[in-house]
Design a protein around this ligand. Structure first.
Ligand SMILES: Cc1cc2nc3c(=O)[nH]c(=O)nc-3n(C[C@H](O)[C@H](O)[C@H](O)COP(=O)(O)OP(=O)(O)OC[C@H]3O[C@@H](n4cnc5c(N)ncnc54)[C@H](O)[C@@H]3O)c2cc1C
Length: 405
């Protein structure tokens, strides 16, 4: 089996960070290829109807911008916040069409595993001399191996939603019923309207995604009578999406204020139940309704609903690099050094969190980096702006090391 050139770089995921990394790496003489399990921008497309909190000026990577502008791309209004779909159509697609990336983005190519050729996880000596070995699966299920001397995992977290049940594990019957419930931010006023119009929906979760779902369902309730929402959260109402009067992100400020008002009874179509845990789900196949058991201390309450939206956040898929030496944070499941730095800097808000340098992004596994949304693990505070800074740091580190070989 031929050994790849030393400057080869494999990137997992063609999201905003994977594409920025590819262009930055090519600019510095690395031979980069991107492997994408779906299509370019698959995750922002999946939440395509959701308007971002950050405006265009914060969402475009500096290297991507330079390449796009050279190709005649006109930047959208920098102060406007795009939807996920607009980000994919107006930015990621044009990026993927750049001649520089021709033949370098491999769509419908899922990286199933990532290891070192000839080494197991426990082998400690000379890992850098063994290329990474990627098991890649195409859309037809055919698998092949590819090799590269450096690797970036920018595969995001949106494909790995958390469970609804208490303690983060599935509630009773949740595993069985999961395929018919939803674990994403559904387009309840558009594509998924008929599932919710005139129906009663349970929304689980206390973050931005659940706020988006509840606010959209309330909008639907104003249009279609009989539409109802039960919103359950682990914490109490007072702790829900606290007000930050100085928040410069007006989309976020408005959504959180609306969500707090809805939780406080501003709309009779929305009932908020705080400080509860989900104990179990039952589905009645005669009525097509769910009976959901909620627990507060030892008290039980059962609610009946037509649909369930679980918006309890996302986490990283670490099965990909199981055979690599990655030191994972026991709390966030992100890479340890970055998780510790984030904890240390825990001002709380994504806007004030620094990007940190390449040292913080390293793993015990040499030349392997987890970047972008996945680098934050379960911490929801990731911003694209931060990811673009990570890319610059890491590509400089990789090329610097290459120069010393
Ligand atoms: C609803 C929502 C709203 C958000 N709003 C904002 C915002 O306003 N501002 C902001 O800065 N950030 C926002 N974010 C956070 C973050 O910026 C986005 O999640 C962003 O898409 C992350 O980019 P990424 O490149 O790290 O990963 P992703 O965009 O998630 O891309 C990862 C890619 O990897 C692919 N992939 C996954 N597994 C594999 C595999 N095994 N093999 C090959 N390919 C794989 C996926 O198909 C996907 O295309 C938001 C996130 C969500 C969910």
């Amino acid at each position: 089996m031929p050994t790849p050139a030393r400057n080869t770089l494999a990137i997992v995921g063609a999201g905003p960070i994977g594409l920025e990394a590819a262009l930055a790496a090519l600019d510095r003489g690395l031979d980069a290829h991107v492997f994408e399990r779906g299509e370019v921008g698959a995750h922002p497309r999946a939440w395509g109807h959701v308007r971002m909190f950050t405006p265009w000026r914060m969402n475009v990577g500096p290297t991507s911008r330079a390449h796009l502008e050279k190709a005649g791309w006109k930047s959208p209004d920098p102060e406007v916040c795009p939807t996920g779909e607009e980000l994919a159509d107006g930015y990621l697609e044009p990026l993927a069409r750049l001649s520089e990336l021709e033949g370098r983005i491999h769509a419908h190519a899922q990286v199933v595993h990532l290891a070192r050729r000839g080494l197991l996880k426990g082998d400690s000596i000379g890992r850098r001399d063994h290329p990474f070995r990627l098991l890649v699966r195409d859309a037809g299920g055919r698998e092949s191996y590819l090799h590269a001397f450096s690797a970036i995992d920018a595969s995001g977290v949106y494909g790995q939603p958390n469970w609804a049940g208490d303690g983060g594990i599935p509630a009773r019957q949740e595993l069985y019923l999961a395929p018919q419930m939803s674990y994403h931010v559904d387009d309840v006023v558009g594509l998924r309207r008929s599932r919710h119009a005139g129906k009663r929906t349970l929304v689980v979760g206390g973050g931005a995604s659940s706020a988006t779902s509840v606010a959209s369902l309330a909008k639907l309730a104003a249009e279609v009578s009989g539409t109802q929402v039960i919103w359950v959260t682990r914490g109490g109402r007072e702790a829900l999406l606290p007000e930050n009067a100085g928040d410069p992100l007006s989309e976020r400020r408005a959504l959180y204020a609306r969500a707090r008002a809805l939780a406080s009874g501003a709309d009779p179509a929305v009932e908020h139940i705080g400080e509860v845990r989900i104990e179990g789900f039952d589905f009645n196949s005669a009525t097509h309704r769910y009976r959901v058991t909620l627990m507060r201390d030892e008290e039980t309450r059962v609610v009946e609903v037509d649909q369930v939206l679980v918006n309890t956040g996302f986490g990283p898929d670490n099965s990909l690099y199981r055979e690599l030496q990655v030191h994972e944070c026991y709390a966030s499941r992100g890479p340890m050094k970055l998780a510790a730095a984030l904890l240390g800097a825990s001002a709380g808000d994504c806007l004030t969190t620094p990007a940190f340098g390449a040292d913080v992004l390293t793993n015990p596994e040499p030349d392997f980096f987890i970047l972008g949304h996945k680098s934050y693990g379960r911490n929801p505070n990731f911003l694209l702006e931060t990811g673009y800074k990570q890319v610059a740091e890491v590509v400089a580190r990789l090329t610097g090391e290459l120069a010393t070989l």
